[in-house]
Design a protein around this ligand. Sequence first.
Ligand code: 13P
Length: 243
Amino acid sequence: MENKKIIIGNQKMYMSIGEVSEFLKGITGKNLGSNIVICPSSIYIPYFLKHRYCVGIQNISFDDKRQYTGEISAKQASDTGIKYALVGHSERRLYFNEDNELINKKVIALLQNNIIPILCIGETIEEKNLLKTNRVLKNDIVSCLKNISSDDLEKIIIAYEPIWAIGTNRIPTMSEIKSNVNYIKDLINKIFKKDVRVVYGGSVNSNNINKLNKIDNLDGFLIGGSSTKSEEFLKIIEVVVNQ
Ligand code: 13P
């Protein structure tokens, strides 16, 4: 199932151990390529690594070797075989007060440890209605990517996730996604003189993936709820890989 587009499943904190076991059974033998990244709860990561799936971690500490009870460092993640990490997810910003300064430190820590950061950015519904989307995206990009070199920039993936589309079954119009993704790509090109990969996230499912996958400037998808059921996740992968 190799394909240039990347499909990232963010399973959040949804699953019980039994559900993880069912999910693993469901994807057994499906030969998921290295462009399919699964981000389980950290406690389940070893099960996925054991079966050689490409794994991302949902959160990472900004620093190594400190007395930080409960945290996982980028070095520990890298040594374990984790290849990707979500950073700046709106749920971490909202419920754990993560700001762009902290997110920038996490991006740097990940790059130093050869983990690909998947940097999540996106506007709230209020910001969208006040036509502030571009301003929000620009502020997030400039602050979260402070002191990142052009060479490192190429390793980063940006996830455009409108906050109002997460877990709501509402998605922007195809032209809104296309124009916001263009804005992100053009801005990064202007700042870093390099191209960046941008994926879309927010209520992606097997019913809307056909039309979402036709947006021609997207490099893939970040999928929450629909990545927790193997059948649904595989249906989405099938469309992206074969369309
Ligand atoms: P949903 O696909 O459940 O809307 O979640 C999106 C998300 O937050 C992925 O990081």
